[in-house]
Design a protein around this ligand. Structure first.
Ligand SMILES: Cc1cc2nc3c(=O)[nH]c(=O)nc-3n(C[C@H](O)[C@H](O)[C@H](O)COP(=O)(O)OP(=O)(O)OC[C@H]3O[C@@H](n4cnc5c(N)ncnc54)[C@H](O)[C@@H]3O)c2cc1C
Length: 400
């Protein structure tokens, strides 16, 4: 069995930025990164791809070019954990032991939880920005839409980037408005959420957009089925007495965001939070140390910290987690603490964006010395040009 001082499961946003940060602190650390994919994806740009303003080919690069120089890439998938004996078994059957384990395999997209979705996704006017394969189809549909009923959905589970299910809706409405056909579009947002955005300062801006674009909002709804033949969406809600109210909506265009959860191999593992039906890894929400296995750490989309799941959150989580790992290795305790910071850049029209930044208490945490609840051209430039550059050139290298 091969041994690594630090074994990382997942070479995505969190896996690479945390590994790089550790190596910047100590280049002699022996780090193995288990990552099955040849490709690395910059997912935050999928929204712009779906809106016709970003090239899909610029969202993907070779994983090999971003694995830190002093780390070992184990091109395999993790399949199971034995944290009592500090080992991980991979899908190939290979086993690895570790001193420290970092668990960051991201989130699972549960397409099959909506009956009929997997069969029709990417065709028949059904699309999703949540997949590299179908984000370009979103733009094809928006560009060719002539009017009719268009539905954007949002599941009741947490999702990566809570704003992404409606970001594409604002950009689509703006495009149809500029084309002069918005009055022929009956736009619906069918969401499992109880509110459009949980920070009141930013919610106000979105409420103005709902009014301006004439969007019909349906909250606390769960999508159950898509019938591609009749272009019908099935959804339901339940009241406090448990009575289920089932409804249907005909669509001419449908943008779906699937329910999401921890990957199945995490759910089935001893690392999962027993109190969480979605199977997130159980950690201390301020330092990312596992609550039952102190040499295991996890941050990003897969952990149960109640932060919004974004790359922006990981940028603030990574340095805190690294501090605590290095202190733990020395038998010490670090004092740094993560406050739940996350950011959600919400484009409200082409060329204007509201940079929503907030913490665990849903309090705004604005970086810039102006009111970020107001959509701005400069923040659009940040999203379209600055953040992708930062991601590929600084964040994955642990330098930002
Ligand atoms: C449409 C969309 C819009 C978004 N918009 C924004 C935004 O505007 N701003 C923002 O900050 N964030 C945004 N995000 C969210 C952001 O992309 C994620 O929060 C971030 O990528 C999470 O990082 P992660 O490392 O936890 O997971 P990922 O980056 O998804 O990486 C997980 C890695 O684990 C690997 N893996 C999977 N299974 C295994 C296994 N069995 N063994 C080993 N490795 C495995 C995967 O191949 C992958 O490389 C958006 C996401 C989407 C989909």
């Amino acid at each position: 069995m091969k041994h690594h001082q630090i074994l990382v499961v997942g070479g995505g946003n969190a896996g690479l930025s945390v590994s790089s940060k550790l190596l910047l602190k100590n280049s002699k650390l022996d780090i193995g990164i288990i990552e099955p994919s040849d490709k690395h994806y910059y997912q935050p740009a999928y929204t712009l791809v779906g809106a016709g303003t970003f090239n899909i080919n610029d969202t993907v690069k070779n994983e090999a070019d971003y694995i830190p120089k002093h780390a070992t890439w184990i091109k395999d998938g993790a399949a199971s954990f034995d944290p009592e004996h500090n080992t991980v078994t991979c899908t190939s059957g290979a086993q690895y032991s570790y001193d420290i384990l970092i668990v960051v395999p991201g989130i699972q997209l549960d397409w099959k939880k909506i009956d009929g979705l997997a069969e029709t996704l990417g065709k028949n006017n059904v699309t999703s920005n949540y997949s590299f394969a179908t984000a370009p189809y979103t733009w094809e549909l928006i560009e060719n839409f002539k009017g009719g009923t268009v539905v954007f959905t949002n599941p009741p589970t947490p999702v990566k980037c809570g704003g992404a299910p409606h970001k594409i809706m604002w950009l689509a409405c703006d495009y149809w408005r500029k084309k002069g056909i918005l009055d022929k579009c009956d736009v619906h947002f069918v969401s499992g959420g109880t509110i459009m955005f949980s920070v009141p300062e930013y919610l106000k801006t979105l409420e103005e957009k709902i009014e301006e674009y004439g969007v019909k909002i349906h909250l606390k709804q769960t999508i159950t089925k898509i019938d591609a033949a009749t272009q019908t969406l099935y959804y339901e809600s339940s009241d406090e007495q448990g009575n289920v109210n089932k409804q249907t909506l005909h669509y001419d265009m449908l943008h779906v965001v699937p329910p999401q959860s921890a990957p199945d191999f995490i759910k089935a593992s001893p690392l999962a939070d027993p109190a969480s039906p979605l199977g997130w890894v159980e950690v201390n929400k301020n330092n990312f140390q596992h609550t039952r296995y102190p040499n295991v750490f996890s941050c990003g989309d897969v952990c149960n910290a109640p932060a919004a799941r974004t790359g922006a959150a990981i940028r603030k989580q990574a340095p805190v987690m690294v501090d605590h790992i290095l202190a733990f290795m020395k038998g010490e305790k670090a004092t740094s603490s993560y406050d739940g910071y996350s950011a959600c850049p919400i484009p409200t029209e082409h060329g204007k964006l509201m940079l929503a930044e907030f913490d665990y208490n849903n309090r705004p945490k604005m970086t810039f010395p102006f009111d970020q609840a107001k959509p701005r051209w400069t923040m659009w430039l940040l999203k379209k040009f600055v953040l992708p550059w930062l991601y590929w050139n600084r964040i994955l290298q642990g330098k930002a």
